[in-house]
Design a protein around this ligand. Sequence first.
Ligand SMILES: Cc1ncc(C[n+]2csc(CCOP(=O)(O)OP(=O)(O)O)c2C)c(N)n1
Length: 275
Amino acid sequence: MNTISGNNYEDFNSLSKLLRKRIIETSAKAKIPHLGSCLSCLEILIFLYWKELKINVNDPEDIDRDRFLLSKGHAAPALFQVLAERGFYKKDLLNDIGESGSVFHEHPPKPGFIPGVEAATGSLGHGMPMALGMAMAANIKHQQYRSYALISDGECNEGSIWEAAMLAGSLKLANLTVLIDFNKWQATGRSEDIMALEPLQGKWKSFGWHTQEIDGHNFTEINTSLNNARLELNKPSLIVAHTIKGKGISFMEDDNNWHYRTPNEKELHEALKEL
Ligand SMILES: Cc1ncc(C[n+]2csc(CCOP(=O)(O)OP(=O)(O)O)c2C)c(N)n1
């Protein structure tokens, strides 16, 4: 699976199923929440790690690597599975996830302990400003790497996101790409009811960003939008990725109970049958 060549979307689709299965099994076993949040951003993580990011699994701290910040750090269980399958560490290290003594917690992902993790994220509103700092550092040090952040719609309620957005636009940081996992839910309700975000693209555009809107589960659209972002030489790029919380399992899709719930034995069986 590590050797998907070209844009073979059939392989990507079977990889999504495999990783969905592992994420759900782990959530059931270790009682790890945020399942819906993990399933909504899985295609984005897969495309980033298999196609977009310039990374070296044998040298995760290569100074020229692209930086990726999972700003919605509560989806760390999805990132852990992606990093393992991509070859950053052995999959069996994830067997004790969530147990006392394991470096793999529900979140935050621990930098320094988990190869491939740039920062401890999970306090919403902080990962994207860190990605901004890394993009600025690349410019100051004349390095060629790009910086990426994946944020959530609820996270756009945090003031620090907008400070960072304003600064990136003002600095014309073309080496920064931010993707929003726009699944329309946050912890306790619909994002639009809790604090209205629309017009979401318009807000970022007015801060000087190049903006695009895609289906965040469609690999072709993810690919095109990331290519477009790389071709934009004068502005930071925002990709609003429309997604479904709990994507891939019929009884979890768009049901926000799966923000905190974990599957019982029967639900685990049903979910795995669907995959
Ligand atoms: C600063 C901060 N406040 C509160 C939380 C608790 N919390 C965890 S997930 C979440 C919201 C989840 O909604 P969203 O950010 O839209 O992500 P989704 O799970 O829908 O992908 C909250 C409030 C947090 N992690 N950080």
